[in-house]
Design a binder for this molecule. Sequence first.
Ligand code: NDP
Length: 234
Amino acid sequence: MSRVVLVTGASQGIGAAISRRFVALGDVVVTLSRRGTAPEGVAEALAVDVSDSEAVSTALKSLTERHGAPEVAVVNAGITRDGLALRMSDAQWREVLATDLDGAFYTARAALGPMVRARRGSIIFIGSVSPFLGVPGQANYAAAKAGLVGLARALAREVASRSITVNVIAPGLIATDMTRDLAPDGPVAATTIPLGRVGEADDVAALAAFLASDGARYITGAVVPVDGGLALGL
Ligand code: NDP
């Protein structure tokens, strides 16, 4: 039976790949992004800024009315505003925290209510290896993504009795617009990533599909890397 799957940040990159993957599995995929675009086959794509708490809960209510409550929520929307901490502006800090952490909380909270009532569901946060590696220039991003781990683990305990799993995927360097300026195909990738290449958005999508599947029903509160060995279990 097809599920309703919510994906945030689905207009491009990893979120688009995840959406395509669930569409291919026959699921009803609904998405949020600021542009409100999504890959072909997505049932409905709304233009919503996830840092706007009210907009997120209104969007979830209207999507649920039309398609049913999401059984899977992939909380993927994220941005970077890199810069060394000494020169990082308040705006750079706040913008990243507002989207990558506040937005993730608003989305998960809105999705969880119906899951608790249904006594089933899966929340998948897209984190990063950044907080485990300690990447210079990413104090804001690393703080937000580290925050996701704490958020996921607290939620995992809160909803485990309702058979809802909550996990974090920690991608390494994945070829998308976000990493375009890092010259990801250069020699850095070959020497620092054990598997010798940057990842593809589909590598992350495959893991998301697994964590949402029945085969992963005994996995919760986990942080699962998909990084070609970049962080090697840190
Ligand atoms: P992209 O920049 O390609 O895509 C980001 C997506 O998030 C877009 O669809 C964008 O859509 C959406 N988005 C950004 N801000 C908001 C917002 N405020 N409200 C709603 N949607 C928003 O990045 P990636 O696909 O590479 O990244 C996806 C996730 O994976 C992020 O959380 C990122 O931190 C994480 N990640 C990526 C890695 C990589 O190497 N690429 C490594 C580790 C983690 P729109 O502009 O339409 O709003």
